[in-house]
Design a protein around this ligand. Sequence first.
Ligand SMILES: Cc1ncc(COP(=O)(O)O)c(C=O)c1O
Length: 461
Amino acid sequence: MYQHIRDVQEQQASRLVSRYIKHYESKTKRSKQLFGHASSIIPSGTSHNIRYFEPYPFFARMASGKYIYDVDGNAYTDYWMGHWSLILGHSPKVVVDVLRDRAVEGTIFGTVNEHALRLAELIRKLMPRAEMLRFASTGSEATMYAVRLARAYTGKRMVAKIEGGWHGFNTDLMHSVNYPFHEPEGKGILEEELRYVVALPFNDIHGSISILDGVKDDLACIIVEPLLGGAGCIPADRDYLYALQEHARKSSALFILDEIVTGFRLSLHGAQHIYSLEPDLFTLGKIAGGGLPIGIVCGLKDIMSLADVRGKSKGDRVSIGGGTYSENPLSISAGLAVLDHLARNPYIYSRLEVLGDEVRRGIDKVMSEHGVRVKSTGMGSLFLTHFLSDGVEDVKSARDVAICNIEMQRLYHFALLSMYDIFFLPSKLGAISTEHDSIDIRRLVDASERIAGDIAYLNVI
Ligand SMILES: Cc1ncc(COP(=O)(O)O)c(C=O)c1O
């Protein structure tokens, strides 16, 4: 574990890493035992690769508000917030109340229902580019459907995505996700399946346009996250997004925004409103399901109505989901409850933004006071601290992230968890919820300062 750090200053680093691990192991004995058992039944003990971290993840017992509790009785202040899906914290009252009622009224109808219609109407009101939409159960499905719709609408094949861009585990977009970007994302995905996908360097207009020029005649769509999420919490430059949107227009291709993280997280009207963008299609998930499974593909009527089966033969329609659990009344009602609450309390966003600015500034300040070179990126309530290596001055793309000191970032997050009961999924961005306050941010900054003191002398940054 943390081999690079160990190699640099063997003994000191080793002592520090061992101290953090020992402390974690001593307080999570039951988790360790359960993880050992789980990994014999569930590959790597978890059903989502990113949830695994060394030496083993703690086993959650329950969560409430800003806290997540493990089976060993530890309470952690949670900044992972259910893959950033919880903007009101864990199990907010508005969600719990509605779920109590809905659960006894039926958990799945498997047919149309008014709850879904209400959520669709609310989304259309908040995000007018959602002239029509379809519900699915995960974000991975929503992005897969968006790509399929784009290919069907344009009659073209090529999909342009971003290096480091994460759109879920759907095969169409499992390309150039992890560094090194030119290597396949693992076995089982055929080269042929990705023949029609190209990857663009984030925030690099010139580099992206020259790749797009190479596929112009066959370009079906460009799909981009307005804030590169899993790959480093990096906001897109406004000019970059405009250039992609413009290029898509000029090439008669569709411009797709993946707002699964940013939708209802950065503003009630999405990042598309903040950046004044006009996507042809966009995807939602996470917050839109209020902490329950959801994915939504939204867009202009002309495009979305290709999914309308009425009066069309098989060859004329686009087969998109969303599956057995689409429009299930629990996810839909939880999503409605959260969106209603956000719409009635719009000041929430400015408050979260203040906390986000406080945390980004605070961590960078205390780290630099200890001579540790970092840059906290993000926007609004999302943030991530990068440990800069020689030659990296700023973090603007997944390539910059790849040459930062990721082991040090993991160690920092692990130290927060082990020594200070503050939970980030190691090396992933943090999300602030309405349950967090300035005191939590102060605690996080103070803990970061103490960790900076621990790691500064390692002299590897
Ligand atoms: C930007 C983005 N798109 C799509 C997805 C996939 O969503 P899901 O995990 O619900 O399939 C994610 C998940 O983290 C995401 O961050």
